[in-house]
Design a protein around this ligand. Structure first.
Ligand code: PLP
Length: 378
């Protein structure tokens, strides 16, 4: 049987062989607890964690002391937003975010609204980009945090983070950036872009699932977060719990590989993505959702007007793509991202996200174009 074609790399990625090889010894012979200070098993694990922390820091240009390991971005987002909320309430209770954020951000903000936070949800334009003037107008002396994602998981649209950081800092507020879809794909420099807090997740860039990191700025300003998990005081008291050494080693290796391969991968993948969307957009009433100017090189979200994506996807079971709607209940709901960009519910139901990765081949893209065109023409 022919194996399926995977074009859902924004959902998750396979573990790179080099990452797997780096991890394997830490399941068995090097199984020590990184907090065991009295023997070599612990020291070996601790050394591995130290190397991985540096590998993460090297990828995003920060200090190793600014990296806290988490179980992934959902946890990082919770620690960042709730951690700021609990520590900075004497300054204010206002947080700003965007309507197109990931549910992990939106639901965390909703939870804080119940505790007395005032949340402003910024709009995006038809391209999926925020308006800097709207952000400026929303900031108040009580704004403690602005939470804006680097690039959107559904459309790949990139926000102008450096300009956003300038505006936010002029107001003496902090910027938290969900960079889950970006780290490992394009170069991020937290110093240059002046991001204060940023989350990343290994499984989005060929590392294992269940491990990620939160970058927390130490200087200019020094950010302090209120911990969300109490326990043994691991990760300088910010995230208690025995360290997932195997996962951490995998995350570190994934960062090292991404730093080396990122440019070559992006050039190759973006060519395939362009071919895919150009040929698919030859179909009548077919268009790309979101900005094509500032977008992740691997992602395209296409609306096939009048053709329900659910029906199309069912006809091509060997092609793994994502719908522009979410099955959060028995009935699929239109995507909150596409809706915020002004798409009708019907157009959202007719949209498909294709996300390519480093194992995507030319032959696969050719086959996907043929099959999608065939089902769209029925
Ligand atoms: N933020 C974005 C933009 C994402 O794409 C995802 C994963 O889908 C998350 C957060 C959650 O990440 P994790 O799976 O590491 O919890």
């Amino acid at each position: 049987m022919k194996t399926a074609i995977y074009l859902d790399y924004n959902a998750t990625t396979p573990v790179d062989k080099g990452v797997l090889d780096a991890m394997l010894p830490y399941f068995s012979e090097k199984f020590g607890n990184a907090s065991s200070r009295t023997h070599s098993f612990g020291w070996i694990a601790e050394d591995a964690v130290k190397i991985a922390r540096q590998q993460v820091a090297d990828l995003i240009n920060c200090l190793e002391q600014e990296v806290v390991f988490t179980s992934g971005s959902t946890e990082g987002i919770n620690l960042a937003i709730k951690g700021v909320w609990e520590n900075y309430q004497s300054k204010g209770k206002h947080i700003i975010t965007v309507k197109t954020e990931h549910k992990a951000v939106l639901d965390t903000c909703k939870a804080l609204e119940k505790k007395g936070a005032t949340i402003t949800y910024l709009n995006v334009d038809r391209e999926g980009v925020i308006d800097l003037q709207e952000l400026k107008n929303a900031l108040t002396p009580q704004t403690i945090l602005v939470a804006i994602m680097y690039a959107n998981n559904e459309t790949g649209v990139i926000q102008p983070i450096k300009e956003i950081a300038n505006v936010v800092h002029t107001n003496n507020s902090m910027l938290f950036c969900d960079a889950t879809q970006v780290v490992g794909k394009i170069n991020i420099d937290v110093e240059d872009e002046h991001i204060d807090i940023m989350c990343l997740s290994a499984h989005k860039f060929y590392g294992p699932k269940g491990i990620g990191a939160l970058y927390i700025r130490r200087k200019d300003p020094r950010v302090t977060l209120f911990p969300q998990i109490d326990g043994g005081g691991h990760e300088r008291g910010l995230r208690s719990g025995t360290l997932n050494v195997t996962g951490i080693v995998g995350l570190g290796k994934a960062c090292e590989i991404a730093k080396l391969d990122m440019w070559d991968d992006s050039a190759r993948i973006s060519k395939l993505r362009t071919r895919l969307e150009q040929l698919l957009c030859e179909l009548p009433n077919t268009f790309i959702n979101g900005s094509t100017k500032n977008r992740l090189f691997n992602t395209t979200n296409i609306c096939f007007q009048g053709k329900r994506s659910e029906t199309m996807i069912k006809k091509i079971p060997n092609i793994a793509v994502a719908m522009g709607s979410a099955c959060t209940s028995a009935v699929a709901e239109p995507s909150h991202v596409l809706k915020a960009m002004g798409l009708s519910d019907e157009d959202s139901y007719c949209s498909i996200r294709f996300s390519l990765g480093k194992y995507t081949t030319e032959a696969e893209i050719k086959e996907v174009i043929e099959k999608i065109k065939a089902v769209a023409n029925i």
